[in-house]
Design a protein around this ligand. Structure first.
Ligand SMILES: *Cc1c(COP(=O)(O)O)cnc(C)c1O
Length: 386
């Protein structure tokens, strides 16, 4: 039988190994120079002014909500079709999460429904929105910014799926995910299933110097040694803990792996887009595929999602064939924790319908054409045998 084909997978080359080994045998395992090198390279890649590397995507989100002073009186809107961390980061600070339904074609947070939710509450009720570039589709941050400006909201773009992705703005220019030109913060994850693998790792980008400095402080216990920030100074050993921060640092060897992986990010993205095109042409006019769509310009294809009937049967069938698909995502508002908080009142019909039909097919740069053809053939065999 063919080797196991997962839905996503990291690609570690001998250059990656070399980069990690040279840090491991060097002076700094953590708090060394590899971290700021990775930050500068990443900021340049996405086109942001500042980047702060952290221990994972979830701590990246948490530092953003901390820096934006989210507290028990803060209400924030996000999408139900995302990983739980997009919502949890609000809860870590005691704030309340509200979900707005997704757009039926792009599956990202629906702007009109977000505005409906805002208008259903008193003025000033909401403080921020956390849109997600779901599957790698670049949510239109220009439109979200206009909405946010109308209601005085901040934006955290959860770009964990979309390094290298972009949308075309009203002027016809490419707006890259994570460039932070239109949002307070953008957040990335370097979990092995994402585009860039560090094992664990995350990044926040911003163009705001004050927010950037706040992130640096909060990442390391709220402690600073910067002479210009100290309240007073008793000597070379002196530091001050000025805020309640955390240890959310990334190590130097993870950062070195990130830098090495980043060199191949555009190649990986090009291969993802090629795989997406091959799926698209294979599924064109197949009656079992619900909602045919063309390849979307600027899509970063973290995931390739099809929608079908008999999702559970297909999932089980493919698993028997050693093809391990996944479902992204079980809607966050249906999780027991969030149901308890909302008293089960929340209903998101588009997200729930989408969830009942979605399946993420294998999508990663080292997936071969032969492996992909096998996946396509097995899906075809499954539906033809019904
Ligand atoms: C992976 C992911 C996260 C969390 O990142 P971790 O590095 O796993 O903590 C947050 N949001 C989205 C959309 C993700 O895909």
């Amino acid at each position: 039988m063919i080797d196991k084909i997962p839905y996503g997978k990291q690609d570690i080359t001998s250059e990656d190994l070399q980069a990690v080994t040279s840090v491991l045998t060097g002076e700094f395992l953590t708090q060394g120079p590899a971290v700021s090198i990775f930050e500068n390279e990443f900021a340049a890649y996405v086109g942001a002014k500042y980047a702060v590397a952290v221990s994972n995507g979830t701590t990246a989100l948490h530092l953003c909500t901390l820096a934006l002073n989210v507290n028990k009186d803060t209400n924030v809107i996000t999408t139900p079709i995302t990983f739980a961390a997009s919502a949890n980061c609000v809860r870590y600070c005691g704030g309340s999460v509200y979900f707005a339904d997704i757009d039926k074609d792009s599956f990202v947070l629906d702007i009109a429904k977000t505005e409906e939710l805002i208008l259903s509450k008193p003025a000033g009720f909401f403080s921020g929105i956390i849109p997600v570039d779901f599957a790698g589709f670049a949510a239109n941050m220009e439109a979200f910014r206009e909405l946010a400006n109308r209601y005085n909201l901040w934006i955290i773009e959860d770009a964990c799926h979309s390094p290298g992705g972009f949308f075309i703005d009203k002027k016809g220019l490419k707006q890259y995910c994570g460039s932070a030109g239109l949002t307070e913060f953008c957040v990335f994850s370097f979990h092995p299933v994402k585009h860039i693998a560090c094992g664990e790792g995350g990044m926040i980008t911003t163009n705001d110097e004050t927010l950037y400095k706040k992130l640096l402080l909060l990442r390391t216990h709220g402690i600073t040694r910067d002479p210009s920030l100290l309240e007073h100074n008793e000597g070379g050993w002196w530091y001050e803990m000025q805020e309640l921060g955390y240890n959310y640092r990334i190590t130097d060897f993870q950062a070195a792996l990130g830098s090495s992986q980043l060199k191949r990010a555009e190649l990986g993205l090009a291969r993802r887009r090629e795989i997406a095109e091959r799926y698209q042409s294979a599924f064109m006019n197949k009656p079992y595929i619900l909602g045919q769509s063309g390849v979307v310009e600027g899509h970063a294809y973290h995931l390739y999602v099809i929608r079908i009937e008999k999702r559970k049967e297909l999932y089980d069938y493919l698993k028997q064939k050693n093809i391990y698909c996944q479902v992204h995502y079980i809607p966050v508002h249906t999780m027991p924790y969030y149901k308890r908080l909302s008293g089960e009142k929340v209903s998101m019909p588009v997200a729930e319908q989408y969830y009942s039909e979605c399946l993420s097919l294998p999508m990663y740069p080292t997936l071969t054409n032969e492996q992909q053809d096998y996946v396509i053939r097995e899906i075809d065999l499954f539906f033809n045998s019904l």
